[in-house]
Design a protein around this ligand. Structure first.
Ligand SMILES: [Cu+2]
Length: 170
């Protein structure tokens, strides 16, 4: 965004400079010397992750790999039709060292109000999406944690047995 603004500013300045020139000479040659700024390098610092889950209670990825230092832009798509109240899905990324089974056990009592994140385990979570139903999508953005292997899961009650995977930061 900043870059785009800068390009715009340069473009504006160029335009002003050209304008002065033409008014000096009195000519109205609209020579469009669009001095193109160097092409913007693709945002390699963003890891785009598309994660799907349907009514079959499965993610389509069991492993997500990103690079340290990247910003993770993760979109979760619920490709099924069931509502969030009966077949809700989310994406929860746990901190390193968190006891997976203990966390899952605690999700049994977590409610929709907290997106099925157990309140007393909120500190175990690096990032999570909201819980969505069939046909919905949700997106989150977070900085990749330090290099390592992390657990991710759907914390809707009973789902983590099938809906889980490894989030690897290289
Ligand atoms: Cu789920």
């Amino acid at each position: 965004m900043k870059k785009l603004f800068l390009v715009f500013t340069i473009a504006s300045l160029t335009f002003v400079a050209c304008n002065n020139k033409t008014s000096d000479s009195g000519e109205t040659t609209t020579e469009t010397t669009t001095e193109t700024a160097p092409a913007e390098t693709p945002e390699s610092n963003v890891a785009t992750v598309e994660l799907n889950a349907g009514d079959d209670m499965k993610y389509d990825l069991s492993e997500i790999v990103v690079e340290a230092g990247q910003t993770v832009k993760l979109t979760l798509h619920h490709t099924g039709q069931s509502p969030a109240t009966t077949m809700g899905h989310n994406f929860v990324l746990l901190k390193a060292g968190v006891d997976f089974d203990k966390f899952v056990l605690a999700t049994a009592t977590a409610t929709e109000a907290t997106d099925h994140i157990p309140a007393d385990h909120a500190a175990d979570v690096i990032a999570h999406t909201k819980t969505i139903g069939g046909g919905e999508s949700t997106e989150i953005e977070f900085p990749a944690p330090p290099a390592g292997t992390y657990d991710f899961l759907c914390s809707f009650p009973g789902h983590a047995a099938l809906m889980k995977g490894k989030f690897i930061v290289e």
